[in-house]
Write a protein that binds this ligand. Structure first.
Ligand SMILES: Cc1ncc(COP(=O)(O)O)c(C=O)c1O
Length: 416
């Protein structure tokens, strides 16, 4: 038998799908003792190593000064970029670190939008996230650009046939395909790689919002065929709040001038001159929380050591189990797409209850220290309206949740 290679946290690194040592990861997660956390699509419970890294850096800043502490941690700070690049299959120069997924996405989108003209088209899917859609609306209003929502298949996925048809119809006027990989309101995983292939074949830029998929499943920017990808640290990656990153393909970054600039993104070279950085860090700001960034680096390495395939496998299994348990409760309707059971769904589980409003369920669960969330029409308006929904309870699982916890949650719902 091959000896098992262990990583920094002692997880086996066989490179094949293995069962996650749940007792180990729970022991590594202080929050597991305190709450039944099913709000991982909001912000998940961080591992102890992440929390300790953040605290240690804050202590260092307090002891020696913030700039001096940053100088001392310069090498580890660089490693954060390399770790994220390793996770996405790109180069460290193609990564920018920012404070939220929306800022990451905006940095790419608004830079692109500088080149948009009246009559240009942005293609999106029905599950696009609110903040992205607000940006579309603003740019549409200011620049006369048109947003085209590509119809979905019956199972909720973006229709590739419709996408091809819209591309044929509008030709050169299509300036961008934007897609939310996993919506904030359910189990759907959009066929991002297939969309990426269509985008490449048509030479249209592809911006992928991977806010909910990063840390939940493997992501490879080449396979996905995206030119830009945005994600947060605090959700499935289990990093601190206020951390996020943007990937921009090397050849594209140089063509996109960030709005606005600062001394991180550009250099003031003469009284009337400036030069913008060449790499993706042109989308960063000079000031940031290094403590949180170092925490992000640890979170990414931790996820990679457990293995994103392993994580995806367990998260999917737990979510399907939860759907089955909930569906067996009278009055509960599980609403995750695709509802045909033929496609893999992710860790986000959504449902309504015939006799209890989503907000009331949220409150009742909170009393029992069970964290769920309400997802409302305003976050994913097009999809929710198309399905006639105004709000749902969202219970999002992570690999550190247990079947026992899901049983307890189902019992709590049954007892409403
Ligand atoms: C799909 C999706 N995109 C983007 C965001 C925005 O992320 P942030 O709050 O870090 O800006 C969220 C947040 O819930 C999301 O679910």
């Amino acid at each position: 038998m091959k000896p098992s290679i262990k990583g920094a946290w002692g997880f086996p690194r066989e490179g094949v799908i293995v069962a996650i040592d749940v007792a180990r990861v729970r022991a590594d997660t202080p929050g597991c003792e305190k709450v039944l956390h099913l709000n991982n699509a909001g912000a998940s419970l961080p591992p102890r190593a992440v929390v300790e890294r953040v605290k240690a850096h804050l202590d260092l800043e307090a002891a020696m000064g913030g700039y001096e502490a940053a100088d001392r941690m310069a090498e580890e700070s660089e490693r954060v970029y390399r770790s994220i690049a390793g996770m996405l299959g790109c180069a460290a120069e193609e990564i920018a670190l920012v404070e939220s997924a929306t800022r990451a996405w905006d940095a790419a989108f608004y830079a692109l939008a500088e080149g948009f003209e009246t009559g240009d088209k942005i293609l999106a899917a029905a599950n696009e996230y609110v903040s992205n859609y607000l940006a579309f609306l603003q740019v549409a209003r200011k620049r006369g650009v048109e947003i085209v929502v590509v119809p979905s298949e019956e199972n909720g996925e973006i229709s590739l046939t419709a996408l091809e048809r819209v591309l044929d119809q509008h030709g050169q006027r299509v300036k961008l395909i934007a897609l939310t990989h996993v919506p904030s309101n359910g189990g759907l995983i959009q066929p991002a790689a297939a969309v990426g292939r269509v985008a490449r074949a048509n030479r249209v830029l592809f911006l992928l919002d991977a806010c909910q998929s990063a840390g939940q499943m493997p992501l490879d920017v080449e396979e996905l065929g995206c030119d830009m990808l945005s994600a947060t640290g605090r959700k499935y990656l289990r990093a601190p709040r206020g951390t996020a990153f943007l990937y921009v393909r090397r050849s594209l970054a140089e063509q996109l001038e960030p709005m606005p600039l600062d001394m991180r993104s550009a250099t003031w070279t003469a009284r009337d001159e400036y030069v913008v950085r060449k790499d993706a860090r042109r989308f960063e700001t000079w000031e940031s929380s290094l403590a949180c960034r170092l925490g992000l680096g640890v979170a990414v390495e931790y996820a990679m050591e457990i293995g994103l395939e392993n994580i995806a496998e367990r998260v999917t299994m737990l979510a399907e189990r939860l759907r089955d348990e909930l569906a067996a409760i009278a009055g509960v309707k599980v609403l995750d797409l695709p509802g045909d059971g033929r496609r893999k769904r992710c860790g986000i589980v959504t449902f309504t209850h015939e006799r209890h409003a989503a907000h009331a369920i949220f409150e009742r669960m909170r009393e029992q220290r069970i964290n769920v969330r309400v997802t409302s029409v305003g976050s994913t308006r097009i999809d929710m309206e198309e399905r006639g929904l105004t709000e749902m309870v969202r219970a999002s699982v992570h690999y550190y949740n247990t079947e026992d916890e899901l049983g307890r949650f189902a019992l709590a719902i049954r007892g409403l």
